[in-house]
Design a protein around this ligand. Structure first.
Ligand code: M6R
Length: 609
């Protein structure tokens, strides 16, 4: 949520910052800005809108050269999107960009207002700049000023800072929001996200909580709590610049849907040993799984839906009670923990504030925690007792697809691991389950991708509607919730998911002539019951698209249109249904001309509660 990029070195910073900002736009796209050191001091150019608008302003204001600059792309929290509220913010001799929220900004603003400090914007960030400037005025030392100022702030922050009288230096600190340093051939970088750095370098260092960084053209230095300066420990990321590009696809979302087969293989294969489930490489032994008696899955948005599917698989296969909870609610109604409770948090970004707060709550309650995370070394991954990475690669589209898909595949593997460790399934059954996820699921997804044309035709009808209903039973109800979220967030069509049997208890009154109902029916044993629900809505005028097994009995008789799914195994059918609903949402949004990768009001990685 919001993106930061900074550079100091021998090359021109302006094209680097604008390039980095265009990569970061998925983290927020309300407004954008740059502060760059020029011969006349630090010059700021910022505006409401996206990177294209900023580039026009840079041309108008003749800012094309600088060796040291910081930039920001914003997702508004305090104060709406506007030129004034855009970052960077200046106070006295300090200019900064900020990700996160300063929770006590009102108190700080009142304190500064009493000292006759005035403010231009409605943001908490300008208040942070003013607090830092006051501290800097008092000591004239950036390090001391940053320490003094941040000691007065509560909330979360990642700051990139320029001080007027420290040319060529970029300073940074983080607490609760991610920040990465990087070393290039011609200088040093700062960014909230590795993907923004990939066009320039793959050598990075993740800034620790509270660590202060000073970057110059020739050196990166860190200062920890003990006030001793040291050098960063550089690592090389496995991400490549191509992994953050569209590679010929029209949108990142479509590219990421197509990457799902490979992403599943990458996520599942490190957890297979001799054909059996094994998390030894993640530091989790089969003895650990034997102690698990109850699982609380905690996440947000699509990750909660992955938890619903995974919870159902865990209960069925591993015979362990497993429920999925919305992270932002978890702390207020904590479920009762029993001996052997394991809290599993799921997060693609590894930085979602609500999920992080729930994780911290669980830890403070003394519960063991395991994080299923995609972005490596992120806060959630680091703070959990155990971490299982999904290896989906960078996910750029705001609407998650391969992130969700790999979360479900890893939950299948955990279910297999627990069931096998506890002797609830035989070696043979475990092997078959693992094989179905590792082989059948990727193949089934590829088969569905080949039906894109057909799905595009079907979405023509959906694209003209204002309301769509998804129904399903069991696993399909969980999948319906993800399907409805996908359609809502990228096409802006109102979509709701209902347990198929629940519709007749009220919601069926909303069904009119031609109301689209997408019925998902992958579970053989539930087919007849779901089919009855399809008949109920159809006889009230609904236009039904049935997504069902290819061996279903006469599906064309029950529905207006049918999407047939491969049936090699439960995993094959489930992942194929996922791909079908993702493509339907994508094609519908494309027909409506929506900004698919950057839907309105949203941002990837929601780092505020
Ligand atoms: O990064 P996380 O997995 O923690 O994100 C959780 C949700 O914010 C995320 O899944 C969101 O619902 C997506 N936009 C859905 O496509």
């Amino acid at each position: 949520m919001c993106g930061i990029i900074g550079y100091t070195g021998s090359a021109n910073a302006i094209p680097k910052i604008t390039k980095g900002l265009s990569v970061l736009e998925y983290r927020g796209y309300d407004s954008v800005g740059i502060a760059a050191r020029t011969e006349l001091g630090v010059k700021t150019v910022k505006c409401k809108g996206r990177i294209g608008a900023l580039e026009e302003r840079l041309t108008q204001q003749k800012l094309s050269e600088s060796q040291c600059a910081i930039g920001h792309t914003r997702w508004a929290t305090h104060g709406g999107p506007s030129d004034t509220n855009a970052h960077p913010h200046r106070a006295g001799r300090v200019v900064l960009v900020h990700n996160g929220i300063i929770e006590n900004y009102k108190e700080l603003k009142e304190m500064l207002s009493r000292a006759k400090v005035s403010f231009l914007s409605e943001t908490d960030t300008e208040v942070a700049a003013a607090v830092l400037n006051a501290a800097y005025d008092a000591c004239n030392d950036p390090l001391t000023a940053i320490r003094t100022a941040t000691a007065q702030m509560t909330g979360s922050y990642a700051f990139g800072i320029l001080f007027d009288d420290h040319p060529g230096e970029v300073w940074a600190i983080r607490s609760g929001s991610p920040l990465i340093l990087a070393k290039g051939e011609d200088g040093f970088y700062l960014a909230s996200d590795m993907t923004a750095l990939l066009p320039f370098t793959r050598e990075y260092h993740i800034l620790k909580e509270g660590e202060i960084a000073r970057l110059t053209a020739t050196e990166a230095a860190l200062c920890g709590a003990a006030d001793a300066w040291c050098s960063p420990t550089w690592s090389i990321t496995s991400m490549t610049p191509e992994s953050a590009q569209k590679s010929g696809f029209e949108h990142f979302m479509l590219k990421e849907i197509h990457e799902q087969p490979e992403a599943i293989v990458k996520s599942v294969s490190p957890r297979i040993k001799n054909g059996l489930p094994s998390f030894e490489a993640d530091g989790i032994s089969s003895d650990f799984w034997k102690q698990v008696k109850n699982i609380q899955i905690v996440a947000c948005g699509s990750a909660t839906h992955a938890g619903l599917v995974g919870g159902s698989v865990l209960e069925r296969v591993a015979k362990v009670p497993a429920a999925s909870y919305i992270a932002s609610e978890y702390r207020y109604h904590p479920p009762i923990a029993v001996d052997g409770t394991l809290v599993v948090v799921i997060s693609q970004s590894g930085e979602t504030a609500d999920t992080l707060a729930a994780l911290r709550y669980a830890k403070s309650a003394g519960l063991p925690t395991l994080a299923i995370v995609n972005a490596v070394e992120t806060t959630i991954a680091r703070e959990a007792d155990y971490r299982v990475y999904t290896y989906a690669g960078p996910e750029i589209a705001v609407a998650t697809t391969k992130g969700y898909c790999t979360q479900v595949s890893v939950l299948y593997m955990i279910a297999a691991a627990i069931a096998h460790a506890c002797g609830r399934i035989s070696d043979e059954e475990a092997r078959e389950l693992v094989r179905s996820v590792a082989e059948d699921a990727p193949t089934a997804i590829t088969e569905m991708l080949e039906k894109t044309e057909t799905l595009r035709e079907m979405s023509k009808r959906l694209a003209q509607k204002d309301h769509v209903f998804y129904i399903g039973r069991g696993l399909d109800y969980a999948m319906s919730q993800e399907a409805a979220l996908k359609l809502k967030e990228i096409s802006y069509i109102h979509a709701e998911a209902y347990a198929a049997g629940e519709l007749k208890h009220g919601t069926i009154s909303l069904i009119e002539q031609d109301t689209p109902v997408l019925a998902i029916s992958t579970e053989e044993a539930l087919y007849d019951k779901t089919e009855s629900n399809v008949r109920e809505v159809r006889s009230r005028g609904a236009y039904v698209i049935l997504i069902c097994r290819q061996d279903a009995r006469d599906p064309g008789h029950s529905a207006d249109e049918v999407i047939l799914l491969p049936t090699k195994s439960e995993a094959a059918t489930l992942f194929a249904s996922l791909t079908a609903v993702q493509l339907l949402a994508y094609e519908t949004a494309a027909l409506r001309g929506c900004d698919i990768d950057r839907p309105r009001n949203l941002a990837k990685s929601v780092t505020v509660e």
